[in-house]
Design a protein around this ligand. Structure first.
Ligand code: DQA
Length: 148
C-alpha cells in the first residue's frame, strides 16, 4: 500500500513558524515519523511539499495512479483552494485532511474548509501525531477492504 503525504504552503517552515501553534517538529521530523510508522504497518509513504497550488496539483496528478490514499495538510489552501480540491476529488482516492492547530479555535476563516467535503475526514488540533493517526486510518481501511 502506498500513501501520499502532502503538505501545502508554509509548512516547510515548521518548527520556525509559530511553534506555540504548530509545534517544534520540522516537516522532515514529521515525514520521518509517518514513514517509520508506515514501515511498521507494511506501507510505503511518498512525501511532497510545495508553496504553490499548481505544483501540488501536478504532483497529485502524477502520483495518484500508483497510490492508495492521501494524507494532506493543505495549509491556507484549505480555506480557498478549489483547484486543489478538484484535483484531490479527481483521484477518487481516500483522503484524510490534517491540521496541526485547532483551526476551529482560531480566526473564523480557518473554520471553513473547501477540501473537507471530498475527504473521509479531518484530524485537527492534535499536532504532529495527527498525521500518524491519518495514516493509520488509511492503512486500516485498506486492509479491511482487502479482507471483505
Ligand atoms: C494549518 C491551518 C491553516 O489555517 C494554516 O493556514 C496553515 C496550517 C494547520 O496545520 O493548522 O498553514 O493547516
Amino acid at each position: 500500500m502506498r500513501v501520499l503525504l502532502i503538505n501545502g504552503p508554509n509548512l516547510n517552515r515548521l518548527a520556525r513558524r509559530d511553534p506555540d501553534l504548530y509545534g517544534n517538529e520540522t516537516l522532515a521530523d514529521i515525514e520521518k515519523m509517518v514513514s517509520s510508522r508506515a514501515a511498521e504497518l507494511g506501507a510505503d509513504v511518498v512525501t511532497f511539499q510545495s508553496n504553490g497550488e499548481g505544483d501540488l496539483i501536478d504532483f497529485i496528478q502524477g502520483a495518484a495512479e500508483e497510490a492508495d490514499g492521501i494524507v494532506i495538510n493543505p495549509g491556507a489552501l484549505t480555506h480557498y483552494g478549489y483547484s486543489l480540491r478538484d484535483a484531490l476529488a479527481d483521484t477518487s482516492l481516500p483522503v484524510v485532511e490534517v491540521h496541526l492547530s485547532n483551526v476551529h479555535a482560531r480566526e473564523n476563516f480557518r473554520s471553513r474548509s473547501v477540501i473537507s467535503p471530498i475527504t473521509r475526514g479531518q484530524v485537527v488540533g492534535l499536532g504532529a501525531i495527527g498525521y500518524v493517526h491519518a495514516l493509520e486510518y488509511l492503512v486500516r481501511q485498506a486492509s479491511a477492504a482487502d479482507q471483505s
